[in-house]
Every structure is written in C-alpha cells, then in structure tokens.
Design a protein around this ligand. Structure first.
Ligand code: PEP
Ligand code: MN
Length: 354
C-alpha cells in the first residue's frame, strides 16, 4: 500500500472511532430524553421526535452525502434506538424480566410448575357419570392427581357432539369429589365462568379461543387457575401475549399448554412444537405443559413425545384417556384406553419422569 493510502486508511479508522463515540453519546442523550419524558408521564410512540430531527439534519446538510441518504441513515439510527427503548419498556408481566423465579400454581393437592411433573388425564368429553367415574378411578389408582374432561366442546362441525354442558360439569364435580382429584374443564365464553366455577378447579381456554380477548379479560378478573392452550396457528409471541391479557387483568395463575400447531404435515393431526417448551420456559415464568393427544392425534407416538417434552423442560403432560375410545363421542381416534394409559404411565415412570 502506498504511504498516501495508508494515511487515508488511518484517517478513516480515526473518523470511524469518532463516529462510534458520537453515536454512543447520541444514544445516551436520547435515553436521557426518554427517561425524563417518562418521568413526566409522557409516553409518546416517538418520544425523541425522529421526523423532526431528520428534517433538521437535512436542512443543514453540507454534502456531499445527499439528503435521501442522510434521511435513511439517521432514521435507521433513531429507529433502532426506539426499538430498543420500546423493548426494554415493555416488560411483560408474563416475562422472566418481570419475575425471574418460576411461578408455582397450587390447586388443592396438585402443584404445577414445581419440582415434580404433573400428569393431567381424562376423556376428551364427559359423556356420562359411568364413563367419567371408570376412567377417574383408574387414573386415581395409578397415582394421577388431575382429571380433565370437556363439558363445553368447541367442535368444528355444529352437527358433532357439543358436550353435556352444565350437566357434564356436575358429573365432573361429583366424580372428582368421590375419587379425590383436581379437575380441568374448558369454558368457551365469559357467560360460563360463574357456573363453571362452582364445579371445576381449573378453567381451560381452548386453542380456538386463545385470542378470544373478552374471555381472556373475563378470566383475568377471576382468581381461578387458567390453563391456556396455544392457538391452532399461533406464534409463541401471540401465545404469551394472550396469557399477558389474563395477568394484565389481575390473574397470575396461568399455565401455558402447547397442543401442536397447523403445518403441512399429514401424518400427525398437528405438529408438536417441542421447541416451544424451552422457549416458553425461558421467556416466561409460567408453568409450561404439553398436550400430547391433540398435538399428535395418534396413540403410537404418545410415549416418545411425552418423554421428549419432559426432557425439554415441560412441567407436565396432558393425555386423553377413555374407557372405550372406539365409542367416544369426540376424538375417538386419539384417545387411549385404560390399559394403554397404564403402559404409557409405566414408560414415563421407568424413565424417571414421574
Ligand atoms: C381439548 O383439550 O378438549 C381441546 C378441544 O383441545 P384444543 O383446544 O387444544 O383443540
Ligand atoms: Mn379432544
């Protein structure tokens, strides 16, 4: 390199360092402006006035850089600053930034998000007292603490079984009291809250209602534990923001449950997103569970998938169990019978997960 080139290179490095220094100083000043405005209760979308600053700069631009480039460069610099501020500002209530320790939700004798894994099992739908009692007694005997069963069923077709409604909830309470289990059942509308609260311990918000904002707000105003399912095509961001609605409205007893998402894959009913487990555990302080039945839609891979999600850090697993799956009024194909549950359960216990 010629001496002149070397000198110019040296000069350029020096200018770059000065620029860097100035950019940092600029960032500190902008931060200070945002901080003072915040203190004064001013929370504008654009607290540092990007457009105004860019206009000011272009009107004093000595060149040779043209105004379009100046506008582009400075807008980018200011906007990146704003993005950072907005991100830091918005400390979601569900996030680890807001609360670093794990949230443990205790419901009667069950504990979600604590040291031990939780098994939630039971039929897709409550069909009769006999059906529920048979499965609940077997599960309880096996050492399962939490019983699931739907009374208000979100069915794709209006011609399909819609659930027994309040009658189903009454059956659930009777059976759970008899065997001594904690119960989970889905509610689909704010109008069902008061009635359901008399009969079930935990409200499930189903995948199809993950963004039913009125429902999220309404359950947020109760102190009841909520099991929120991931929407059929919801991103993790949308999922945690749905949970945020519940916390924001005053209820921090929220559990997240991955239940598979829609993809092009046909061999499973949905695609189980295992990566959701460590990501949700990392981003939020809430218990994270996985429904292996709805995410796979098939019985033959339930054990492997359950092991996988528990190994990935899930706090528990949900599985659909029916005394006679062939005759089930919903999700007949994916529900396992009691013997199959015993095999599944043994597999998880032998692997040390329970
Ligand atoms: C259910 O658990 O009964 C159910 C309907 O699941 P999802 O909302 O995940 O489809
Ligand atoms: Mn089901």
């Amino acid at each position: 390199m010629s001496e002149q080139l070397q000198q110019l290179q040296f000069q350029l490095n020096g200018i770059n360092r000065q620029l860097l220094h100035l950019l940092n100083e600029q960032a500190r000043t902008a931060d200070e402006i945002v901080r003072i405005k915040e203190k004064q209760g001013i929370s504008e979308a654009d607290p540092i006035g990007v457009q105004q600053m860019v206009n000011e700069l272009t009107s004093h631009n000595p060149g040779p850089i043209d105004n379009d480039t100046v506008m582009y460069l400075f807008t980018e610099i200011f906007r990146s600053k704003m993005k950072k501020n907005t991100k830091n500002e918005r400390k979601l209530l569900v996030s680890r930034h807001h609360k670093s320790e794990d949230t443990i939700i205790r419901v009667k004798h069950a504990e979600f998000g604590g040291a031990s894994h939780v098994m939630i099992a039971g039929p897709c739908s409550i069909e009769s007292r006999d059906q529920l009692l048979t499965v609940a007694a077997a599960l309880k005997n096996a050492g399962v603490t939490v019983l699931r069963g739907g009374a208000f069923k979100p069915r794709t077709s209006p011609y399909d079984f819609q659930g027994l409604g309040v009658e189903g909830l009454k059956i659930m309470k009777e059976v759970a009291d008899e065997v001594g289990m904690v119960t989970i059942s889905e509610i689909m509308s704010p109008s069902q809250i008061d009635t359901a609260a008399r009969y079930v311990d935990i409200f499930q918000i189903g995948a199809r209602n993950m963004q039913n904002f009125d429902l999220l707000k309404a359950v947020g105003q109760t102190g009841l534990p909520i099991l929120l399912k991931r929407g059929l095509s919801a991103t993790l961001e949308e999922f945690i923001l749905a949970a945020e609605y519940i916390l924001y409205n005053g209820n921090d007893r929220v559990m997240l449950i991955e239940r598979g998402i829609r993809t092009f894959e046909k061999w499973t009913r949905n695609t189980l997103d295992i990566s959701a487990v460590p990501l949700l555990k990392q981003e939020t302080h809430l218990p994270v569970l996985v429904d292996v039945s709805h995410s796979t839609g098939r019985k033959d891979i339930l054990l492997s998938c359950a092991k996988a999600v528990l190994a990935a850090g899930a706090d528990g697993v949900m599985v659909e169990v029916h005394p006679n799956p062939q005759s089930a009024r919903s999700d007949a194909k994916q529900q396992i019978n009691i013997d199959e549950f015993h095999t599944f359960w043994k597999g998880l216990r032998d692997s040390g997960f329970f």
